[in-house]
Structure formats: structure tokens, C-alpha cells
Write a protein that binds this ligand. Structure first.
Ligand code: ADP
Ligand code: MG
Ligand code: ZN
Length: 618
């Protein structure tokens, strides 16, 4: 039994052996659990100081700790750092010649080391086993333990050797360490390493330190590259220096070009560049000559600067883990920084297209988690902590450092206004529909019901029987979604539940529904009223502006032949009518047109807008 008196001893040991004044977050709990003889999983972000969790118990203990590490360079660095502090550590790997290997084996026999680093391949060596069996480790530390899981992002087949090796060693005390582990990966680690296997007791899972309060997290819906570019330009005008992540090398080059055109000084950085060019780019960015780097998300490692004030994702990141790692490169100096995903439904389709090829459930689940984050209306910091299993998420409701919390707090009240009469009706219809759905469904279903969707996923629920079904079908899903967002921001609707979030009407929403109180909402600008068509026009199906109609139809024919697809796939006759009638003159207006989704807008928007502009000019 240990008593409370061990605490001051721990601090003393920390100071004596490592020269550190205090434990960092989470460290003391890990060390204590190790000293209590528990199997542990320690999940802390990179740089948090996980290694101390096994290093301190090892130097305090009698035997030695066997540390399994995936990379030779990683183990060499750690051993060097320990040796510099005068702590007895060594590594055994394939870089050593026979003489050196013998010397280290002798050292092990003599009990000269407290920490012995190996790569998992070492378990294939019978010579090593002869040594281990005579002189077994007191603890085993599995570093970068997510490598064991095929659910993780960095699976290493060699890590599968570890589980059987631990069994062969008779289940010594084990600590598994990683910076990224979702619940699934964690379960996988526990299972494969047989943590807590008899005679050992239940493993201790310690997750902490994922909160990065200095980061502001945001997601912006952006219909196309023009809007993305505007946003990026705005962000770097405000924040100065940072990274723009793109999904492909091609996109890096394209975005670099676009950014230079709008006067942002930047360098491209990706694995397709030759060494020379990459080195120059890296140097110019690292020494502050150039404020912005545009990089593929697979290749941002070499461009770590601690004073980055913004990280922007031009394309979707690969997963939420990957996102947090990349976004986390901002604000390393602890000062405020801004992280933003520029999101476009077309991006999701690209991702899904790639996923179809891989037919990988795991990838699919990851994409879903990412989309849930992007679409989420709750605190983004809390969402991320929850994803990693960091209990600190419970402390967060209004973080004041994410777009959702700021919007809810009405911080950007500037774009709120009183609804007009038409909008009041839409609001009441939306709220009454939510009330009828009794908080049992998600936001997507609410939108489908209001829009009168004929999709199978809706029809199978029976929700089409509701009296509110199709009440806002003229509005189109995009605008209905914007309205539900605005109502949620104004706390008339709320989303509850983590895994399957459901939307419901609030008490305030009830009052608004009955129009008992006034309200201000972040609504889009009302559409300018078109002159009412005269009686004759109303009887015929004739388009408002035959000239524009014909011009757009000609454009459609041209686009169809250019893209070698049938004309109706460019846009339908109905959409053609809407286009001619609404005559949008901006990207935003174009997206408001019934039948024009983000993908269409991105593909053909420019051509359409150009045509409308030229057809309208005298
Ligand atoms: P991780 O494995 O979590 O990425 P490391 O264990 O490599 O992090 O530690 C990162 C750095 O922090 C190392 O240089 C380490 O010496 C230092 N460090 C760890 N704990 C402390 C502490 N309590 N006080 C000061 N520095 C620490
Ligand atoms: Mg580490
Ligand atoms: Zn928040």
C-alpha cells in the first residue's frame, strides 16, 4: 500500500532525476498509476511529455523498462536525451555493429540500464529472447501504441508481434502511449496487448491535455474556389502568417497561383517538388521571409513554426485526428491563432468517390466523424475533446473560441435582423414542424420534411404523414438549412445528443412559434421583389425574359457538348426557367436558385453568371 506521503517523493524524484520543477498536466497521474502497478494507456497530445510516464517510474524502480518504439531515429533521440541527463538508457537496433551490440548486451546482463529501447522486430531475435527470459523487464512501454491498430492512421504490422511477446513474457506491467487514439483504437490496444490480463487488474486509461484554448476553431461553407480564395485572403490579412492545407499537389500549385494573384506572398510545399525547390521554400517560410505556406496535408511536417497565427484547410482533412494535428500547428507559442476549414459539399463527394474505391469501412467511419464535426452546431472544442475521450469536454459549453459558441452568444449580432412577414411565416412553419417531430429526429430529417423530400430515407420513416410535410418546398433545402441554423443560433431550436444528435424546439422557440415575442435572426438578405408578372404571363409557361432564356439554353447546349454529357445533366428545363427568372448576378444568388447546388455552381457557375451578365447588358 502506498500512502499520501509518496506525493512529495514523486516531486523530489522528478527534480532529482530530470531536473524538472513540476509535473505537467496528466503526468503525475500516469506515474502514480505505474507505481501502483497498473497497466496504463496514456493518451496525451504530442509534446505533452508522455515519456516521463514510464521514464520516471523506471529510474525509481529496481529492474528495467523495455521501451518499444517504431522509429530508430525516435529511440536514438530519446536515449540521447536521457544519457545527457545522466540516466542509464540504451537502445538495441539494426544500426549497431556486432561489437557494439555485444557491449550493450553485456550491459543489460550487468543490470546497467534502467531503460532499454527496441523496435518490435527485435522480438524475432532468439538471442534477444534468451536474454529477456533470464532477465525479464519490470515494465514494458509501448510508445506510439496506435501503430498496433489497423483502425489507426499509422498501422505497422510489426506491432502485431508485441501482444504475443508480452504473453511470452508472462504479462509484465505494460504502459501504452499515444497522441491519437479514438475509442476504437483504444479498445484495440487493450485487446491486442491484453492489458489487464490475469493476474493484472483493469487497465487505467488516462486521457488529457487535448484542449488548446488558444485556438479559435471555425468551419465556413464555401461554394467554390472564388469564395475560398476570398476567405483565405481575409484570414491572412487579419492573422498574417500560417499554412493553407490542400488535398493534392495539383491543388497546392493551383492555390499558390491564386493566392499570388490576389497579392498574398506564399510558397508551395509538397512531396512532388524537387529537393532543391522544397528546401528553398522551407527556408523562406521558416525564416519568416514568406508568411504563408501552401502544403499538402500529407506533407506539412517540415514547416513547423511556433508563431503560426492561422491554419486553413482549403480541402477536407483526412480525418478528425489528422485535422486536429494539422490545425494544432497554429499557436504553438501559446498565443491566439485561428483555424478554419473551408467546406464545400463537392469536397465530400470527391472524398466519397475515393472511398468507394477503397471500400474501407474504417475510412468511411472517419469521414462520417469528420462530417459530423463540420456539420456540428455545438462547441467545436468540446466536440474534439469528446472525440478523443478527453474528459475536459464536460467543462466546455461556451468556449468563446469557436464559431458555434460565438454565434450562439450572439457575438456577431451585426448580421441579425428582424424577420419580414414572409420570413415570419417560414419561421413559424419550421418551428411547428420541429414541435411535431417531438425531438426524435436529426436536423437533416427536419429539413427533408419541410422541403417535402421524396428520398427513400425519409419516406421509410413515415414522416411524410406530418401536416407540416412540404410546407417550405418552394424555399429549397439550402435556404431551409440556413433558416434552421439561424433558429438554432437564436436558441429557438437546439441539438442534443453526441452520437445521434437530435433537434428539438426550445421553450423560447415555442413562444416564437406563437409569435408571442419578437426576435432577431441571422437571415440572408431578403430577395428583391420581382415585378409581378401580368395576367397573360401567369397563364402561359412563358419565361420572364425570353432573351435570357434562349441565351441560357444555348449555353446549356454548349456546356453539354463540351462536357460530353446530356443537356439535362447540366441543368433541367425547370432550373433553366428558374435561372432566367431569378437572373442571379453573384455566386451567392446563383446558389439560391432552385436546382443549383454547390457542385453545379462550382462546375458551371462562372459560365452561367457571365452569360447572364452579358445578356442583361444593353
Ligand atoms: P510526447 O512523447 O508526449 O510527445 P515527450 O515525452 O517526448 O513528449 O516530451 C516532450 C518534451 O517535454 C521533452 O523535451 C521532455 O523533456 C519535456 N518534458 C516532459 N515533462 C516535462 C516536465 N514536467 N517539465 C519540463 N519539461 C518536460
Ligand atoms: Mg512520444
Ligand atoms: Zn466553443
Amino acid at each position: 500500500m502506498r500512502t499520501q506521503s509518496t506525493k512529495p517523493d514523486l516531486h523530489q524524484a522528478l527534480k532529482t532525476h530530470f531536473g524538472f520543477e513540476a509535473f505537467r498536466r496528466g503526468q503525475e497521474e500516469i506515474v502514480q498509476a505505474m507505481l501502483d502497478g497498473k497497466d496504463c494507456i496514456a493518451v496525451l497530445p504530442t509534446g505533452a511529455g508522455k515519456s516521463l510516464g514510464f521514464q520516471l517510474p523506471a529510474v525509481m524502480g529496481k529492474g528495467f523498462c523495455l521501451v518499444i518504439s517504431p522509429l530508430i531515429s525516435l529511440m536514438q533521440d530519446q536515449v540521447d536525451a536521457l544519457t545527457e541527463r545522466g540516466l542509464p538508457a540504451t537502445y538495441i537496433n539494426s544500426t549497431l555493429d556486432t561489437a557494439e551490440l555485444n557491449r550493450r548486451f553485456d550491459g543489460l546482463w550487468a543490470g546497467r540500464y534502467k531503460l532499454v529501447y527496441i523496435a518490435p522486430e527485435r522480438f524475432k531475435s532468439e538471442r534477444f529472447w534468451r536474454l529477456l527470459e533470464r532477465f525479464p523487464p519490470e515494465q514494458v512501454a509501448v510508445d506510439e501504441a496506435h501503430c498496433i491498430s489497423s483502425w489507426g492512421h499509422d498501422f505497422r504490422p510489426d506491432y502485431l508481434e508485441i501482444g504475443p511477446a508480452l504473453a511470452r513474457l508472462g504479462h509484465p506491467q505494460v504502459i501504452a502511449l499515444t497522441a491519437t487514439a479514438t475509442a476504437q483504437v483504444r479498445d484495440d490496444i487493450i485487446e491486442q496487448l491484453e492489458l489487464g490480463a490475469p493476474p493484472r487488474s483493469e487497465p487505467k486509461v488516462l486521457v488529457s491535455g487535448f484542449l488548446r484554448p488558444e485556438l479559435t476553431l471555425a468551419v465556413k461553407r464555401t461554394a467554390n474556389h472564388v469564395i475560398k480564395l476570398k476567405r483565405v485572403s481575409h484570414i491572412f490579412k487579419e492573422h498574417g502568417t500560417g499554412i493553407v492545407y490542400c488535398a493534392t499537389r495539383k491543388m497546392v500549385d493551383r492555390v499558390t497561383g491564386l493566392m499570388k494573384q490576389v497579392g498574398i506572398s506564399c510558397v508551395a510545399y509538397h512531396a512532388g517538388m524537387d529537393d532543391e525547390a522544397r528546401k528553398t521554400a522551407q527556408e523562406r517560410f521558416m525564416n519568416g521571409q514568406v508568411p504563408v505556406a501552401v502544403a499538402t496535408n500529407a506533407f506539412g511536417m517540415g514547416i513547423d513554426r511556433s508563431d503560426l497565427r492561422a491554419v486553413v484547410h482549403w480541402d477536407l482533412p483526412g480525418s478528425l485526428e489528422a485535422y486536429y494535428q494539422e490545425a494544432g500547428r497554429a499557436g504553438r507559442d501559446g498565443k491566439p491563432a485561428h483555424c478554419e476549414i473551408l467546406f464545400n459539399f463537392a469536397d465530400v463527394r470527391t472524398q466519397e468517390y475515393f472511398l468507394k474505391g477503397s471500400n474501407n469501412q474504417n475510412e468511411r467511419a472517419k469521414l462520417k466523424a469528420l462530417l459530423r464535426y463540420i456539420d456540428g452546431r455545438t462547441c467545436r472544442h468540446a466536440a474534439i475533446l469528446r472525440y478523443f475521450g478527453d474528459p475536459d469536454h464536460r467543462k466546455l459549453t461556451d468556449c468563446a473560441a469557436c464559431d458555434n459558441c460565438m454565434r450562439r452568444a450572439g457575438k456577431d449580432d451585426t448580421d441579425r435582423r428582424a424577420p419580414n412577414e414572409e420570413e415570419w411565416l417560414q419561421i413559424q412553419k419550421t418551428l411547428s414542424c420541429a414541435a411535431r417531430m417531438k425531438g426524435m429526429w436529426g436536423r437533416a430529417k427536419l429539413i427533408q420534411v419541410l422541403a417535402g423530400s421524396k428520398e427513400k430515407t425519409l419516406l421509410s420513416t413515415g414522416l411524410q404523414e406530418l401536416s407540416t410535410y412540404g410546407l417550405l418546398q418552394d424555399m429549397g433545402k439550402t435556404r431551409i438549412r440556413a433558416l434552421t441554423d439561424a433558429l438554432e443560433d437564436a436558441r429557438c431550436l437546439e441539438t442534443v445528443g453526441d452520437d445521434f444528435p437530435k433537434i428539438r424546439i426550445t421553450a423560447q422557440g415555442q413562444q416564437v412559434m406563437r409569435r408571442e415575442i419578437e426576435i432577431k435572426l441571422a437571415l440572408a438578405d431578403p430577395k428583391p421583389k420581382k415585378p409581378k408578372p401580368n395576367k397573360i404571363n401567369q397563364y402561359s409557361d412563358a419565361p420572364t425574359d425570353p432573351l435570357l432564356y434562349n441565351a441560357l439554353r444555348a449555353l446549356r447546349t454548349e456546356l453539354a457538348s463540351q462536357n460530353q454529357i446530356p443537356a439535362f445533366r447540366i441543368f433541367s428545363n425547370k432550373t433553366l426557367n428558374h435561372l432566367a427568372e431569378d437572373a442571379p448576378n453573384s455566386e451567392e444568388e446563383l446558389l439560391e436558385v432552385n436546382g443549383i447546388g454547390p457542385a453545379k455552381a462550382q462546375q458551371f457557375g462562372e459560365a452561367i453568371l457571365k452569360m447572364i451578365a452579358s445578356a442583361k447588358s444593353p
